[in-house]
Every structure is written in structure tokens, then in C-alpha cells.
Write a protein that binds this ligand. Structure first.
Ligand SMILES: Cc1cc2nc3c(=O)[nH]c(=O)nc-3n(C[C@H](O)[C@H](O)[C@H](O)COP(=O)(O)OP(=O)(O)OC[C@H]3O[C@@H](n4cnc5c(N)ncnc54)[C@H](O)[C@@H]3O)c2cc1C
Length: 820
């Protein structure tokens, strides 16, 4: 045993002394949790942090959370020296993103509008202005640059050390040379850590183990599917005249970023096809790594990147550096409480932006652990969005090849991951292939996006900011649902069987709506936290007093399951939940002619009287028994058929055979998006999230404040109601110009002032224009009269387009088509 002396106990142990762990420890201290111990296997920064290029950039993300974290991080690095006495090396030299083609220009104009709305002071500059700021860049082919004066660069080691000093000053213990071997648990809850120098008792751990996080997680069955990959920059010999105060330049189309480094030029690379590093196991003793570069693989990318600054060819390369950084399957970090073990938090898989978001993640995670509230939208980064299969070596090796390169791709709408496909398939997948479906990745499932008619290839084809080549096909699927009947496979939906004597009680307790009423009824509801903001958005079907069926979206799978399991455990309820997602296919029949089709398929009585809206019945179709639920997410008369997986092909074949006489069409997820958006139906993680109160989300109609035993979050909802009318609310936005498209992040202006942005959007083929949902902040009550009294515009790239805003859905506001 060495001389390291560990504290026997702490409130929280932070594992890993990179920028992330150190920032979290620093922020714990500032929140008063000074009884924090940070343990680092080797020395602080010895993992990935030490060799980062130190770009500190606030521009570029279409996520409000990420942009906010970047801004916070930049401010923190700017002010830290005054607090700790240690400089962070932050130099606000500025940052320029360049666009050399029309598609990039469109993207960066969209991003800059969104970023400006989020407080980033970015503006478009001309190629001449780029050349003035970065004279050695070749700007001859450039169209524009996007310049943030206050961004710049930071020294990753110095900012980590400065945060470490700040943490120590407030009482945090930092132990270097101490490796956590496993996290200790008792009855599914963290109770300590076992290190190579003994145990520390604790209530919480935060695994910030960087590229080692997955291995450490695995020892406790915690799923952290990040994967290290080679990551490069080069440093040239001295470049005459280069200025230390020149901005950081970034040219994603040429895979490179550029900045001064000790009189030479640093050129960093994000190659489009990358190389995972050590898929099997990251060596436990690897520190301050400087890997042998793969010149053969990288050569063409290096050459292309250097061509932006031609002098780099003349001066020569001094150092070609390769270090490993960890990437995740969807290029978002892995953050938050692990579903597998209570009080086990994770912050890892930073996808090459750990320095420039590190300050922010420290703040968020520390707040999350200490209060239970992350304070920002975490739906896109939450650890529970990820699934066990994603840590399979073959999956990681295959997906990581694509993920690093995504950083610098043009982020066209409708792009789907192309690697590691086919991992999950609906039981009727092959039938949909026969129907010429074009598939996309839906949480690992192959989801039919649209169906190619004869003569059209079922491929996405060239990506574009304009109308995709299948726009008319999509429109016809949309119309088929509005006018006839469509079949839509949604077998990827999450399904739980909740059973037992207390099943109704526990579901009633966590649901804001009344879900334990009459049997054979489906109820739309939210699950709220104590703050009254939304944790899940789903349906609960009561089958009988002790049997319930819960259906949520694919992305909510593990979050909803964990929420439910923890609620059952907390109340000591006699109930259990089984994840039956794989047991049931979900085939939707939707549209005004769906009842006629159903009637031809079954002997069961499906009249309005026997099977009203929200009704549930077990019906016969062919040789199978099918759970038929009359409900819609598309805004028409319709039925969700839950079919035992083994019967799915048989039932599907019967529907298609009988459907021929009813004009049945197949419709894909493109149509789902446009149909639901016309009805303003919410999609958790896209247009509503964990920061939204159920009232601001416009879902007050699904809240039952009169339930006898209340529900989790009720007090917060009551308090919000009594505070007066909402000044912030999710509303529908319809563009009045039919040709323009909306995707996400477009800023909405009321009377010339920014009031919010589009959280999600699609094209309303029935409404005749792009349509989406935006959280609008008026500062005064958001009523329809107030909306109507204002002039509305949406900023689409560099154009302001007139729009109409509505609180009620613009399509069928009275639900006549659904109920009638
Ligand atoms: C070439 C390159 C350039 C980059 N440039 C930038 C940039 O310009 N801007 C930017 O924002 N990001 C950049 N990054 C990314 C950035 O470096 C990372 O995102 C960041 O450093 C990750 O920090 P971390 O704390 O998660 O991981 P790490 O720095 O790897 O820290 C994890 C720590 O955990 C310790 N540890 C692991 N297991 C255990 C255990 N069992 N017990 C105790 N300790 C353990 C490790 O020793 C390590 O110190 C770059 C990365 C590379 C490779």
C-alpha cells in the first residue's frame, strides 16, 4: 500500500481529473458540497485533456443547451484567474467559420440566427474581411465567414488546473495516483468506491473517466457506450508574420481548423471517415498519449486542410499529433444519472468539445446531483437514451467511423446515420422492403420513412436544404391519411406491461392525468417531476384493475422505464413493470376510411358505439388476436393495432390483402411528422423537454388536478396556475409562404423582436405551408388575441418570412375528424 491517504468518506466521489471531473468538483464546491473527493488514476489532465487544441468557440450548435454551456464556459475561463490566481490561458482572439458553397452558407446563416437568439454575438463577414483577420488564408473561393469576436482559445491544462485550485480552495480533496476499481453499491444504490488505495464511503459518484468511462461503468453494469478514436492536429514550422492574436479559423468543408501555435500554424482535423482506437480495452496505464499517426489514411485529408492556408505547404510540418478522444453513437455526450444504479452519475463521451463545454457541464452536473434538476434541456444528452447493444464492440467500431466525421459535415435536415444499420428490425420489415420503403435510423430501428412508387429509387439521394426529391411522394402519403386510409408501421414504439394489485395506484401517482378510470380506455398523460416539468409524455391504457399497458416514443424508452421502476420501488408498491417492446408490433390504420377497412378485417364490433374514441378492444384479425386501440397521433379517425410479434406478418398480410379494396396506402415517418405537426401533437425530446412546465407546453388539458390522491408535480402545477396567465407558451407556427421550409431552430419574431424559436417543424401538406411548434415568450399573457394583434415573421437563413401563430391546432381544432 502506498503513502496516498484517502479520506474514509465523502458525500460525493468524482472519478477522473480531466477537464470534466475537475469542473464538476469545482462546481460542487461552489454549491456548498465541499465534502467532495476527486480521484485521478494518474495526474490531472493525463487522459485526453492535456493535448486538446483549446478552441473555445460558442458558435455552431443548434442546441440551446450546448450553446448556453459554451457561453458559460467561455465566461468562466475568462473570470477564473481572478478567483484562483491561476490563468486559464483564455485569449479572446475571435473565431471565424467559413462557407465556401451555398449549402454551407445556408447552414451557417441558419445557425448564426439561432446562436444570436441564444446570446452569441456572431455576424456574417465578407471574404475580404476574413482575409484582413487571417491574412494567410486563401479566400478566393469563399462566400462568407461567420465571426464571433469574443471567442478564441484557451489552454486546456491551465483551465483544468485553475478549476482544481478553485475546488481545493473551497475544501475539495483531490487525490492523484488513485484508481477506482469499482463502485460499491448496496441495494442498488451507491455506497462507496473501491480504489487501489482502499475504499471511500460516499453517497454519490460521478464517473468522468473519459475514454475509460465505459470500462469502469461495465464493472457495475452501467451502460456508457463511448469509444475512443484517433484525433489529429498538426503544427507547422514557423510561419513568417503569423499573429498570435489572429482568430481561430474553421473550414469544415476542408476538414480543418487553423490557429497560431508558438509562431507556427496549428491545423486540426475532423476527417469524414475516422478510425476507432482500441475497441477492445483502453489500457489502464495509458497517460499523456502521443500516438503514431496514420499518414496513409490521413494524407489526403491533411492535404485538403492545408490547401486553405497554402503557406503551410511551404513551411513544412513540425509535428503531426494523434491523441485519442471519445465519441458516442449520436455525437452527444453521455450525461446524467445512470438508470442501473441510484446515485451513479456520468459525464463522459465529450466528442471533441469537452474543453469548450467543460465549464458548463460542471455547472449542470453539480446542480443535477445536488438538486435533482439539471436546469437545462437534457433530453438529447441523457445517459438513458442509450441502449446496451450500443456498447457491443462491433457496433462501436462500426458507428465511430462515422461519428467523428459528422462534426464537420453539412448538417442537412433529414440526414440519418448510415453506419451500424439494421441492428433492429420490425417483424414486418421485409414486407416493407417489398413495398419499396426508404428506411431511416429510428433509435437503432429501421423505420420506414417514405415509400417509393415505381420508377423512384427508395433512397434519400442527395441531401438538400430545399425540397427533397421525394417531396411529392411524401405529400401523397400525407393526403392518403387525410382522405383515405394508410398503414404505418410503428413497431419501434416503447411498450410496458404494468401489472399487480398496486399498478393503478402507482400509475395514478405519477401521471398528471387520470389513468385508472374505466377499463379498456387509453389516456394521454405526462409524467412530471416535483417541479411540474415534464419527464415523459405517453399513453396509459387500462386493461383491467391490475393490468395496464404503457406506450411511449422510442427515444423515451429507458427514461420512462427507469422513472416507473423507481416510482414502484419508492412506494413499495405491489406492482411490476415488464418491458414488452419486442413482444408487440404496432401497425397503425389511420384515416377517414380506416373504420371501413377494420370492419372488413374483423368480426368484432368496431362501430362508434362499441369502440368509441379512446376505446380498447381485443379483436380477431385472421388467426390472430389483436389489441386494437382507437387513438391517433396523426389527427384522423384511426386505430393502433398491437399485434403479438409472431402474428405480425400474418396480420399485416391480411390487412394489405383486404386493404386493396379500400385504397390502403403505406405511409412512412415523413408523413407521421407532417401529420402530427399539423395537429400540434407534441413529441418529447423534440418540441417539449424536461425544462417545460406542463402548462407552458400547452398540455394543461391532460392534467387532472381533482384526482383524489393528487400526483407527483401537482403542487407545482397549482402554484403555476395561481401565478396568473402564461407569458411563455408553446404555440403552432405556420409559414404563409408555401415554398419555404422549416426544420428546427428558426427564430420567430413578433412585431420585429425575437420571441422564441422553432423547436421542431415539418411541412403541412394540408395546411399548405411549413409548420412547427415554438416556445414563445411575450412577457405578457400569451392569448390568441395577443398573438393575432402582432405581426409575426420567421427568420429562415437570411430571410424574414411572414407567419401565423396559433394556440389551438390549425388543422381540425375541434377534433371533429377524430371523434366523428
Ligand atoms: C487532438 C485533440 C484536440 C482537441 N481539441 C479540442 C478543442 O480544441 N476544444 C475542445 O473543447 N475539446 C477538444 N478536444 C477534446 C477534449 O480534449 C476532450 O473532450 C476532453 O479533454 C475530455 O475531458 P474528460 O475529462 O472527459 O476526459 P479526460 O481528460 O480523458 O479525463 C478523464 C480522466 O479520468 C481518469 N480516469 C479514468 N479512469 C479512472 C479510474 N478508474 N479512476 C480514476 N481516474 C480515472 C483518467 O486518467 C483521465 O485523467 C480535443 C481532443 C483531442 C484528442
Amino acid at each position: 500500500m502506498s503513502s496516498v491517504s484517502l479520506p474514509p468518506r465523502a458525500r460525493v466521489v468524482v472519478i477522473g481529473g480531466g477537464v470534466i471531473g475537475t469542473s464538476i468538483a469545482y462546481h460542487f464546491a461552489h454549491l456548498g458540497w465541499t465534502d467532495t473527493v476527486l480521484v485521478e488514476r494518474d495526474q490531472l489532465t493525463s487522459g485526453t485533456t492535456w493535448h486538446a487544441a483549446g478552441l473555445m468557440v460558442t458558435f455552431g450548435s443548434m442546441s440551446e443547451t450546448s450553446t448556453e454551456l459554451r457561453r458559460y464556459t467561455r465566461d468562466l475561463y475568462e473570470r477564473l484567474e481572478a478567483e484562483t490566481g491561476l490563468a486559464t490561458g483564455f485569449a479572446p482572439v475571435g473565431f471565424i467559420e467559413v462557407a465556401g458553397d451555398e449549402d454551407r452558407l445556408e447552414e451557417y446563416r441558419r445557425v448564426s440566427a439561432f446562436n444570436r437568439h441564444c446570446g452569441v454575438d456572431v455576424h456574417e463577414i465578407t471574404p475580404r474581411e476574413i482575409a484582413e483577420l487571417f491574412p494567410i488564408a486563401d479566400v478566393t473561393d469563399l462566400l462568407a465567414g461567420f465571426y464571433v469576436e469574443r471567442d478564441g482559445r484557451v489552454n486546456p491544462v491551465d483551465c483544468t488546473m485553475s478549476m482544481a485550485k478553485g475546488a481545493r480552495q473551497l475544501g475539495v480533496t483531490i487525490c492523484e495516483g488513485v484508481s477506482v476499481e469499482r463502485v460499491l453499491t448496496e441495494r442498488g444504490r451507491v455506497c462507496g468506491v473501491r480504489t487501489n488505495h482502499g475504499d471511500i464511503e460516499c453517497e454519490f459518484v460521478v464517473n468522468c473517466g473519459g475514454m475509460w468511462a465505459r470500462q469502469l461503468g461495465e464493472r457495475n453494469g452501467v451502460n456508457i457506450p463511448n469509444q475512443a478514436a484517433e484525433h489529429y492536429y498538426l503544427i507547422t514550422e514557423q510561419v513568417p508574420g503569423i499573429g498570435r492574436d489572429w482568430p481561430v479559423l474553421e473550414d469544415p468543408a476542408r476538414h480543418g481548423y487553423y490557429r497560431e501555435e508558438v509562431g507556427g500554424l496549428m491545423i486540426g482535423l475532423f476527417e469524414p471517415v475516422c478510425a476507432p482506437w482500441n475497441v477492445g480495452e483502453i489500457p489502464a496505464g495509458a497517460s499523456f498519449l502521443d500516438l503514431a499517426p496514420d499518414w496513409d489514411r490521413m494524407g489526403p485529408y491533411v492535404e485538403r486542410a492545408m490547401s486553405r492556408v497554402p503557406i503551410s505547404f511551404e513551411v513544412g510540418i513540425k509535428k503531426f499529433f494523434c491523441g485519442p478522444e471519445s465519441f458516442t453513437p449520436d455525437l452527444a455526450p453521455v450525461v446524467g444519472p445512470a438508470p442501473e444504479i441510484d446515485n451513479y452519475f456520468v459525464c463522459a463521451g465529450l466528442n471533441s468539445i469537452g474543453i469548450l463545454t467543460g465549464g458548463g457541464w460542471g455547472r449542470v452536473v453539480a446542480q443535477w446531483v445536488t438538486s435533482g434538476d439539471p436546469g437545462v434541456d437534457v433530453t438529447g444528452v441523457h445517459i438513458d437514451r442509450l441502449h446496451d447493444y450500443q456498447r457491443n464492440p462491433e457496433y462501436r467500431a462500426t458507428r465511430t467511423v462515422e461519428s467523428l466525421g459528422m462534426v464537420y459535415q453539412c448538417h442537412y435536415p433529414g440526414r440519418s446515420m448510415t453506419t451500424a444499420r439494421g441492428a433492429k428490425r420490425s417483424p414486418i420489415h421485409h414486407r416493407l422492403v417489398d413495398q419499396r420503403a426508404c428506411f431511416k435510423d429510428v433509435s437503432g430501428w429501421e423505420g420506414a420513412d417514405w415509400y417509393a412508387p415505381d420508377g423512384v429509387v427508395p433512397e434519400v439521394g442527395e441531401l438538400t436544404w430545399g425540397r427533397p426529391h421525394y417531396f411529392d411522394v411524401w405529400a401523397s402519403e400525407h393526403r392518403a391519411c387525410r382522405e383515405g386510409v394508410i398503414l404505418m408501421d410503428m413497431s419501434f414504439m416503447t411498450k410496458f406491461a404494468v401489472e399487480g394489485r398496486d399498478a393503478g395506484r402507482v400509475l395514478e401517482r405519477i401521471s398528471a392525468n387520470r389513468v385508472d378510470g374505466a377499463p379498456n380506455t387509453i389516456t394521454y398523460t405526462q409524467w412530471l417531476n416535483e417541479r411540474g416539468t415534464i419527464e415523459a409524455d405517453l399513453t396509459v391504457t387500462k386493461l383491467d384493475d391490475e393490468r395496464f399497458f404503457v406506450v411511449a416514443s422510442d427515444t423515451a424508452h429507458r427514461h420512462a422505464l427507469t422513472w416507473l421502476r423507481r416510482a414502484i420501488a419508492a412506494g413499495d408498491h405491489r406492482a411490476h413493470v415488464a418491458d414488452v417492446t419486442s413482444a408487440w408490433a404496432q401497425i397503425n390504420l389511420q384515416g377517414p376510411r380506416s373504420r371501413d377497412l377494420l370492419r372488413s378485417l374483423t368480426h368484432a364490433d368496431v362501430t362508434d358505439a362499441a369502440l368509441p374514441y379512446r376505446g380498447v378492444a381485443d379483436i380477431d384479425i385472421g388467426f390472430a388476436r389483436v389489441r386494437c386501440i382507437r387513438i391517433t397521433y396523426l389527427g384522423e379517425l384511426g386505430y393502433e393495432l398491437y399485434v403479438p410479434t409472431e402474428h405480425a406478418v400474418h396480420v399485416y398480410d391480411r390487412i394489405v390483402a383486404v386493404g386493396a379494396d379500400h385504397g390502403l396506402r403505406h405511409a412512412g415517418l415523413k408523413a407521421l411528422a407532417s401529420l402530427r405537426m399539423e395537429k400540434a401533437y407534441r413529441d418529447y425530446g423534440h418540441d417539449i423537454d424536461n425544462t417545460d412546465s406542463v402548462l407552458a407546453a400547452g398540455l394543461g388539458f391532460a392534467v387532472d388536478l381533482d384526482k383524489p390522491d393528487g400526483f407527483v408535480g401537482r403542487d407545482a402545477v397549482v402554484a403555476a396556475k395561481s401565478a396568473g396567465p402564461l407569458t411563455q407558451r408553446l404555440v403552432q407556427v405556420l409559414l404563409l409562404e408555401p415554398d419555404a421550409l422549416l426544420f428546427h431552430g428558426e427564430v420567430v419574431y413578433g412585431d420585429g423582436r425575437p420571441r422564441g424559436y422553432l423547436r421542431a417543424a415539418s411541412y403541412g401538406h394540408s395546411l399548405g405551408g411549413a409548420v412547427g411548434l415554438a416556445m414563445i415568450d411575450l412577457g405578457s399573457p400569451v392569448t390568441q388575441a395577443a398573438l393575432d394583434a402582432m405581426a409575426w415573421e420567421v427568420e429562415v437563413a437570411d430571410r424574414l418570412l411572414p407567419a401565423r401563430l396559433s394556440i389551438r391546432p390549425l388543422y381540425d381544432p375541434t377534433n371533429a375528424r377524430i371523434i366523428g
